[in-house]
Design a protein around this ligand. Structure first.
Ligand code: GLN
Length: 495
């Protein structure tokens, strides 16, 4: 493996800017790494070697003119396949979009390209981002580089696997109920879900519009912060985009790396731990809290009494919104069309297409969501879930009166075996126990590696108030600087 694939994004950018290495060499090293290991990892659905090399050459040419490069110029990135990319296949992990090449770029795709970041390709995911393991992908699961028989988390599991396997130093994921944080946790990397509205959703294939938020993956907190600042910022094309300054996350990551948390009040959420959590996860989490205390933070126990209802509320709200969003896949506008034989009616073509194009989990959610929104049930299910959402937001507000950030494990479990939970939807849904409260409240949260349990990575989640993403990065960076890097002990993939 080329040493170039071991470097952080920050180091690659510095070397490219200094002319110590060309962006082209960096891109080629990562394409070689993908060619060597992705047969086993299956992080990518589509690799765009020509596009990556062309983008890298453009960076090198810009440098040759003496132009100042942007902070991540020449750094390769893997993009979750739910983000549209002009001219490149975009499937959202579904058969229903097979063969679709979007005619436009998502705002984040455009921002990434404008920053001189080199797009390597599109990563695997659970179909329409519904799942926690990538096993719901229509194109087969991705594999965790720590142990190829295990899941890399989900739904952004292709992105997390690519970064952990050194196929890309950076990746973009999306997090609706935990799909950046949980995959980051189980692969031993960093992943952040920004404040809802901080990153444009324009060109994100919608799952649950009031929850969806794209976020960065990196192997270090600083790398995630650098990517965060590229993708965040107001976008008039997204009506929920926040018009205001981008949180100063890079400065916070740098500041945090100095390792001093004195004066920072950290709340340990009583409701996120205990029964149902793996003992090894809890042990790593408790050790992490002691590390934070050692850095000078003041640790308090905090109760958020409604967090226990987050799972039930989320699994009504997200399917309800998805049943509406996925109505656009109607056999007319995009991708697949089944049963179009000149005899079948338009309604039949639509229903045959949806039958053939959607996988079982997507169908389950559409059915649950349609039911929850139907007249007579709307108040009892969807309406009730929205009230719970408000109570959860109030729990956060009350907690943040007393503390600056909240911490918990990022996931109750380490990476489980492929096939182990897929037959039981509830066994899959409980993966989201720790991540759902911040999703429902729209507040930011980061997952940083906090050691191993049974040889597999555990994640520490740091949650902050809305628009205070920098607190997640500051505490995350301080923690990272205080512990042995988890990823240093990943076994090299067998060829
Ligand atoms: N695991 C959750 C679900 O299946 C969250 C998915 C996500 O964040 N995209 O809905």
């Amino acid at each position: 493996m080329s040493e170039l694939t071991r470097l952080s994004a920050a180091d690659i950018a510095a070397k490219v800017a200094a002319g110590e290495v060309s962006a082209l060499e960096v891109a080629q090293a990562h394409l070689d790494r993908i060619a060597a290991v992705d047969g086993q990892v299956h992080a990518f659905l589509h690799v765009d070697a020509d596009g990556a090399l062309a983008a890298a050459r453009a960076v090198d040419e810009r440098r040759a003119t003496g132009a100042v490069l942007s902070p991540l110029a020449g750094v390769p990135l893997a993009m979750k396949d739910v983000v549209v990319t002009q001219g490149l296949p975009t499937t959202a992990g579904s058969k229903i979009l097979e063969g679709w090449r979007p005619p436009y770029d998502a705002t984040i795709t455009r921002r990434v390209k404008d920053a001189g970041i080199v797009l390597l390709g599109k990563t695997n995911m659970d179909e329409f981002a519904m799942g926690s393991s990538t096993e719901n992908s229509a194109y087969g699961p991705s594999h965790n580089p720590w142990d190829l028989s295990r899941i890399p988390g989900g739904s952004s599991g292709g992105s997390s696997a690519a970064v952990a396997a050194f196929e890309a130093p950076l990746a973009i994921g999306t997090d609706t109920g935990g799909s950046v944080r949980q995959p980051a946790a189980v692969t031993g990397i960093v992943g952040h879900k920004p404040t809802y509205g901080a990153v444009s959703r324009y060109g994100l294939i919608a799952f649950s519009s009031s929850l969806d938020q794209a976020g960065p993956f990196g192997r270090t907190v600083l790398d995630a912060a650098l990517l965060h600042e590229v993708i965040a910022g107001h976008d008039p094309a997204d009506s929920t985009s926040i018009a205001g300054p981008v949180a100063p996350v890079v400065a916070a990551a740098r500041d945090g790396a100095c390792g001093d948390l004195s004066g920072v009040r950290i709340g340990v959420v009583r409701e996120l731990g205990g029964e149902g959590y793996q003992p090894g996860v809890l042990a790593s989490f408790e050790a992490a809290v002691e590390t934070l205390r050692g850095l000078g933070a003041e640790i308090r126990e905090v109760s958020c009494p409604h967090f226990g209802y987050a799972l039930a509320a989320y699994y009504l709200i997200a399917p309800s919104e998805c049943s509406s969003n996925l109505a656009r896949f109607d056999a007319v506008r995009y991708g697949l069309r089944a049963g179009d034989d000149g005899v079948n009616s338009l309604e039949d073509v639509m229903s045959l297409t949806r039958q053939a194009g959607f996988g079982p989990e997507v169908k389950r959610r559409i059915i649950i969501g349609t039911y929850a929104l139907s007249s007579g049930y709307y108040e009892a299910y969807y309406g009730q879930a929205q009230k719970v959402r408000t109570l959860i937001a109030r729990d956060f507000a009350a907690a943040f009166e007393r503390v600056d950030v909240l911490v918990s494990p990022s996931s109750p479990f380490v990476a489980f075996g492929i096939g182990e939970r897929i037959a039981d939807p509830m066994a899959m849904y409980v993966n989201d126990l720790c991540t759902l409260p911040a999703s429902l409240a729209g507040t930011p949260a980061i997952s940083v590696p906090c050691g191993l349990s049974e040889g597999l990575p555990v994640g520490l989640q740091v949650m902050a108030p809305a628009l205070r993403d920098e607190r997640c990065y500051r505490v995350g960076a301080a923690f990272e600087a205080a512990v042995e890097p988890t990823l240093a002990s990943i076994p090299e993939l067998v060829r």
